[in-house]
Design a protein around this ligand. Sequence first.
Ligand code: ATP
Ligand code: MG
Length: 191
Amino acid sequence: MSTESAPREERPYDISELRSAPSLVMVNTGHGKGKSTAAFGTVLRAVARGWPTAVVQFLKSGNWNTGEEKVCRELGVQWFSAGDGFTWESDDIDETKAKAVAAWDFSAQLIAGGEYRLVVLDEISYAMTWDWIDAADVAAALESRPEKVSVILTGRDMVDEVVEVADTVTEMVKVKHAFDRQIRAKKGLDY
Ligand code: ATP
Ligand code: MG
């Protein structure tokens, strides 16, 4: 069914009033599966249009070798994981926190630099809910980003400050998850 035939009252605007935005901020949150999957699906669209694209992973567990990293690298996506190649100076804080802080500093530069048209900040929500990075700083960086830089932020329980500045926010709701039946993450489907 085309949008033209959708009942008029379902749209809060006249279709002739649609405008195009130079970029968007999107959030994939919630406790259901699909937040990162949807972000990488969007990466495919960006790559298809020739957009320079970068992914920063805020949580990385050991040598977790994901299919998305493999194929994104093959597609020319710049891929950065917290702890890989980022340096930090303070040694009096928890290493995971230090990595997240460094990953955010790096991400803020990626966004402000304007070199990428899509920047994915995967699992960034945890760094804000645990107060490792300041949600207000993230919101400010999103608001002051270069015109053509779109950003996707993923992770459970996205903070209000980021939801506030985002254009599109999707909450994945868990109806069922295989994990609840003791089925471990499946290569090819989950990573
Ligand atoms: P995906 O990467 O599959 O899109 P996600 O980004 O929505 O998942 P994360 O919190 O990043 O969710 O989860 C990482 C891993 O945990 C993935 O293997 C995913 O399948 C699994 N997972 C996601 N949601 C749940 C859930 N509600 N219960 C158990 N495991 C989950
Ligand atoms: Mg995820």
